[in-house]
Design a protein around this ligand. Structure first.
Ligand SMILES: Cc1cc2nc3c(=O)[nH]c(=O)nc-3n(C[C@H](O)[C@H](O)[C@H](O)COP(=O)(O)O)c2cc1C
Length: 301
């Protein structure tokens, strides 16, 4: 029977799926629930230095093909997050997602995540709706290089960089991550978007701009991983619109050695991880793939 075990550099996962940052991953208990539902690891909500309330409502709605959100990175701040990590870390592999305004913030946050027991840190260089953070720092290759270098010298756990699709220089940014010693790239975060109410003649979100996720973004994410595979040698993690084993297989064949699921937890519930695992195993058995490694990048050959 095919093995779903996969390696992201030095990190070995029994299953290739993880929860994506921002979905059911802000408390210790929800992280544990993810780990018990067939995910190989769980990524936390992106955490900053100080508590942040996020944007006012409306900040989330369903649209055709997915969701839009402009949560604005609500989180309790890194010091209070310690207690959630204490609950989750003994139960499995936790990747600490962090956001900051520059190298100093990211280094301080990463060191605390390492201290709390995270097995890797994921740098959110890609949120499209938080002023001064996310894609505002993650679309400048020089800034990306200095953030990744700074974090690399402040922790000994692997450093993953999560990139935005809202740029025409994705591969240059990917190379900047690799040049700075980054251990893996996660792609993609949400696509910058807007929804307008004709009745009110205004954008619906309180923040005006938001990020699109879910099924509609999958082809963009698959293309991003495909492009990155041709530009860098470090491991890639695919995210964006994955809700079935076929979606996961597309990302793996584009070049990802693991994947993350976000919006589909909203539409399908936590059972989505075991459904994907069962479907992937059956496909791999039928098509003669003994393990995930054999499938990684198959679409390039
Ligand atoms: C409600 C919501 C909150 C999110 N919060 C974060 C976050 O805090 N940090 C982050 O890096 N990505 C965040 N994301 C982006 C997801 O992690 C993921 O990259 C994106 O939704 C695409 O995957 P999906 O189509 O499977 O949802 C959020 C997405 C949603 C829908």
């Amino acid at each position: 029977m095919a093995s779903l075990k996969t390696e992201i550099g030095s990190i070995v996962l029994d299953k290739p799926g993880m929860i994506a940052s921002g979905i059911m991953d802000e408390t210790g208990k929800s992280l544990v629930r993810v780990l018990e539902s067939g995910a190989g690891a769980a990524v936390t909500k992106s955490i900053g230095l100080e508590p942040k309330p996020g944007h006012d409502s409306p900040c989330f709605m369903e649209v055709s093909g997915g969701y839009v959100n402009a949560m604005g990175l609500p989180n309790p701040g890194i010091d209070l997050f310690r207690e959630e990590m204490e609950i989750a870390v003994p139960k499995g592999k936790i990747i600490g997602s962090i956001y900051g305004a520059g190298p100093g913030d990211f280094s301080e946050l990463a060191a605390k995540m390492e201290d709390y027991g995270a097995c890797a840190v994921e740098l959110n260089l890609s949120c499209p709706h938080a002023k001064g953070y996310g894609m505002e720092v993650g679309t400048d290759p020089e800034m990306v290089k200095s953030i990744v270098s700074a974090v690399k010298s402040s922790v000994s756990i692997p450093v993953w960089a999560k990139l935005t699709p809202n740029t025409h220089i994705l591969t240059r940014i990917g190379q900047a991550v690799q040049d700075a010693g980054g251990d893996a790239i996660v792609a993609i975060n949400t696509l910058k978007a807007m929804v307008i109410s004709p009745e009110f003649a205004r954008p619906i979100m309180s923040n005006k701009f938001c990020g699109l996720s879910g099924e509609a973004v999958k082809p963009v994410g698959v293309r991003a991983i495909y492009d990155l595979r041709s530009a860098v040698d470090i491991p890639l993690i695919g995210v964006g619109g994955i809700s079935t084993w076929r979606d996961a297989a597309e990302y793996i064949m584009a070049g990802a050695c693991a994947f993350q699921v976000g919006s589909a937890v909203g539409t399908k519930g936590m059972g989505v991880f075991s459904q994907i695992n069962d479907g992937l195993s059956a496909f791999m058995d039928e098509y003669g793939y003994a393990n995930i490694k054999d499938m990684v990048g198959a679409a390039h050959e």
